[in-house]
Design a protein around this ligand. Structure first.
Ligand code: FRU
Length: 446
């Protein structure tokens, strides 16, 4: 099996959303949507990786796979919860209505139904896919409740002795909404309430509701945020919310904002780390598979962002690299040109109005008061993919950058996480120009 440092990458073939992210029995567990047969999306499994520190990941292979009639075509996204010392994984179970005789891994006409299911693992390492699964919410039969196909991605939590679940859904793919269920034991669930908002666009995927201090934050991935002809139309967003547990009454306090001002991050999930911080990981969408890095995993498509700590500052959600990321790097002494050939590396800089930093062909500029990034030199020429992105207007005449550079991912933290811009890149060129203040490379002595 493979190991990854800093960014968890597909162990060959295809991964998408992070799933079941949890600190359990002294380890972080990160599951993920996994198609183990080719570097493209298909019948979903849950892959599994563990880490002691959120930065060194050990891949453990497939955890969940289709075994039941209700999940025969896919174990879709969901979350983990510790219950009486056991690890419960909640997921969406997919069953296609027809079969494509030439490709059983894709639903013809996008026709399928979805129910919600769970698996109970005694130890978080072994998963009895035959014996320990149960269907907990059947396919919805009433469209005023939720969509029979597009109701998915359970996020489960415990509050005041009861268990709660939020699901993403839609009314006829016209209006996204969130459904709430409640349970006394984590096994038997009853519908409680729902909330829809034009902010959820046509469909809400991967909702995550949590509290930071006294404030509720809704994180989710609405579909149809930007025009469908440009990649990507679906984006991860956050909003402040009011939420009442007894009645499961949710309301957004204002418009949703982007989680990341790059173009690729999607379907993030949060959990509490060992110290009780709210930590976030998102899927970085890749338009093409990357080549085998030399460890035999073969072509791979899909990777995870850095683990980021989520904080509220003046009513805005900010994302900073997890403290364990800090200890991974040491300052570069000597030859910077040599250092940037080894990845990952990190650099810090201050940009003033009109200045630009060129990181191995990826351009970061402060133009008209915004950070503008351009990856056109380090990205394939694809007709529908954008290469230029920008943040909203910043406050001052200059800004601080903290940039993490890996072979296929550049993450730019602007002004201590006020904004983050993350982009997938290919074929980085060894070039570094601009106002670099400090350069760091990976610390080997760990
Ligand atoms: C988001 C998503 C989820 C779904 C999963 C399927 O990327 O579409 O809504 O559960 O991916 O792989």
């Amino acid at each position: 099996m493979w190991n990854d440092t800093l960014h968890m990458k597909a162990p060959g073939n295809w991964i998408n959303d992070p799933n079941g992210f949890i600190y359990y029995r002294g380890e972080y567990h990160l599951f993920y949507q996994y198609f183990p047969y080719a570097p493209r999306w298909g019948t979903m499994h849950w892959g599994h990786a563990v880490s002691r520190d959120l930065v060194h990941w050990e891949h453990l292979g497939v955890a969940l796979y289709p075994t039941k009639g209700y999940d025969q075509n896919g174990v879709f996204s969901g979350t983990a919860l510790e219950l009486d010392g056991k690890l419960c994984l909640y997921y969406s179970a997919v069953r296609y209505l027809r079969q494509d005789e030439e490709d059983i891994h894709i639903p013809p006409d996008d026709a399928y139904v979805t129910s919600q299911a769970m698996v109970i693992s005694e130890d978080g390492r072994t998963f009895d896919n035959m014996g320990a699964k149960r269907q907990i919410i059947p396919v919805l039969g009433d469209e005023s409740l939720g969509d029979a196909k597009d109701t998915r991605d359970p996020k489960v939590w415990k509050q005041d002795g009861l268990y709660y679940m939020i699901l993403g859904s839609t009314f006829r793919k016209e209006q996204g909404k969130a459904l709430f269920y409640r349970s006394r034991d984590g096994l038997h669930w009853e519908y409680v309430n729902q909330y829809s908002s034009p902010e959820f666009r046509t469909m809400l995927e991967c909702p995550d509701l949590f509290r930071l201090g006294e404030t509720y934050v809704l994180l989710g991935s609405p579909m149809g945020v930007t025009p469908p002809e440009i990649e990507y139309a679906n984006h991860a967003m956050w909003g402040l919310a009011d939420f009442d547990h007894p009645t499961c009454t949710l309301s957004l306090k204002g418009p949703l904002e982007y989680v990341d001002y790059g173009l690729d991050l999607y379907a993030p999930q949060t959990t509490l780390d060992r110290e009780g911080r709210r930590v976030f990981i998102g899927w970085m969408r890749m338009p093409q598979a990357a080549a085998d890095p030399g460890d035999g995993r073969g072509p791979w498509n899909g990777m995870m962002s850095l683990p980021r700590v989520v904080e509220l500052r003046q009513g805005k959600l900010c994302f900073t690299p997890h403290p364990n990321v800090e200890s991974l790097f040491r300052p570069v002494e000597g030859d910077w040109n040599q250092a940037i050939r080894q990845r990952p590396f990190r650099l810090k800089a201050t940009l003033h109005a009109g200045e630009a930093l060129d990181v191995c062909g990826y351009r970061i500029a402060l133009e008209d008061g915004r950070i503008v990034t351009d990856r056109s030199q380090v990205f394939p020429h694809l007709p529908n993919h954008r290469t230029v992105a920008q943040t909203p207007a910043l406050d001052g005449e200059s800004c601080r950058l903290d940039v993490f550079v890996d072979d296929h991912l550049i993450e730019v933290f602007v002004d201590d996480g006020r904004y983050v811009v993350s982009h997938v890149v290919y074929g980085l060129k060894d070039r570094l120009e601009g106002p670099v203040e400090e350069l760091f490379t990976l610390r080997e002595d760990r």
